[in-house]
Design a protein around this ligand. Structure first.
Ligand SMILES: Nc1ncnc2c1ncn2[C@@H]1O[C@H](COP(=O)(O)OP(=O)(O)OP(=O)(O)O)[C@@H](O)[C@H]1O
Length: 327
């Protein structure tokens, strides 16, 4: 990758399948070292986009550079510079963890002189060095996923594509996979391009792109996306709801209403507003609850669906990508 150049640069990229415009001239840039989250409902065009970036599908129009290389004209350079970790495992259960990695290293032409050291490095990073001689079929789901991540890293890629890296794992294993991802970002200066349907994980991304119907409908940091949704929601329990609603209108110029047994209203910077509320309302407050717009709200506002509803198609996507890889 040219020094300081983007890790991924997409310009007018499109893909049509017959009449279906799966990707409609999208444009975005991913900076080196960034954790970039790629979200969207079923059929949005995520897997088509990822497949083009990984050189598994040829674009119909536009162009994309990954690690500074063109995905069509410099396919081999792109492939050498990317690591892929998809949901469907491609590990061989009858081989040991170490054998799986060695096979991959040979496939990618990792020089023998550095292979041993590199293997140790990546296996230690994912906490599997002590289990390297065990057959993969004896590994837990989380261990297999960690081994896949180690394998994706073995040839020192500049950009690692992770598709739903923690789906189906227990919360503890998910947390430890995220520890590795952050370590990676720090230790390897690697760029991570990932999809997820877990909103708490999307929060860890430096920036998020939301795709819908073939276009990028939002792209920013999680904080900025949430801030763009608008105000915080404040709910208070009072001794006199009617008086509270009148006082909120009079003192603060805000419209409140009763919802689910509490007086509710929207205000910018809800937490900062709470002390004023206590000081100036003039009606005793029994409890107060402030909630921020979540990434779920962001997703909903851009796509009209919840991220959970969008989850169902993830398996199909992985199968499609795996099919493309085998071609
Ligand atoms: N090989 C193909 N032939 C025809 N149409 C396709 C093909 N691959 C994808 N499509 C269509 O392109 C559109 C985008 O699909 P894509 O799989 O990229 O979406 P996605 O965002 O990854 O969805 P999901 O989360 O459900 O996997 C859909 O309408 C899909 O039916």
């Amino acid at each position: 990758m040219p020094d300081g150049g983007p890790a991924v640069e997409v310009d007018g990229l499109s893909k049509t399948f017959g009449d279906v415009e799966a990707v409609r001239g999208i444009e975005f840039t991913v900076r080196p070292g960034e954790i970039f989250g790629f979200l969207g409902p079923n059929g949005a065009g995520k897997s088509t986009t990822i497949s083009m970036l990984c050189t598994l599908l040829r674009p119909t129009g536009g162009r994309a550079l990954v690690a500074g290389h063109d995905v069509v004209r410099e396919r081999d350079d792109v492939r050498r510079n990317i690591g892929l970790v998809f949901q469907d495992t491609t590990l061989d259960g009858y081989l040991t963890g170490e054998q799986n990695l060695r096979f991959h290293a040979e496939l990618y032409g990792v020089p023998r002189s550095v292979m041993r050291e590199r293997m140790r490095q990546v296996l230690e990073m994912v906490g599997l060095w002590d289990r390297r001689r065990d057959l993969v079929q004896t590994y837990s789901g989380g261990m297999k996923r960690r081994l896949e991540i180690a394998r994706g890293l073995l040839h020192s890629p500049r950009v690692l594509f992770l598709d739903e890296p923690t789906v189906g794992l227990d919360p503890q294993t998910r947390a430890s996979i995220w520890d590795y991802i952050r370590q990676l970002q720090a230790a390897e200066e690697i760029t991570i391009f990932m999809t997820t349907h877990y909103m708490d994980e999307a929060e860890f991304c430096d920036r998020i792109a939301i795709m819908d119907q073939g276009t990028i409908v939002a792209l920013d940091t999680p904080e900025a996306l949430k801030a763009g949704i608008g105000e915080d929601r404040v709910r208070i329990e009072t001794t006199d709801d009617e008086a509270a609603i009148a006082a909120i209108r009079e003192r603060f110029g805000l419209e409140a209403g009763v919802s689910e047994g509490a007086v509710a209203f929207s205000v910018a910077s809800g937490e900062a507003f709470v002390p004023r509320l206590f000081a100036e309302l003039g009606v005793p407050i029994r409890s107060v609850h402030v909630s921020r717009p979540s990434l779920d709200d962001v997703f909903m506002s851009f796509t009209g669906t919840t991220i959970r509803d969008a989850e169902a198609g993830a398996g199909d996507r992985n199968r499609a990508v795996m099919r493309a890889m085998r071609r």
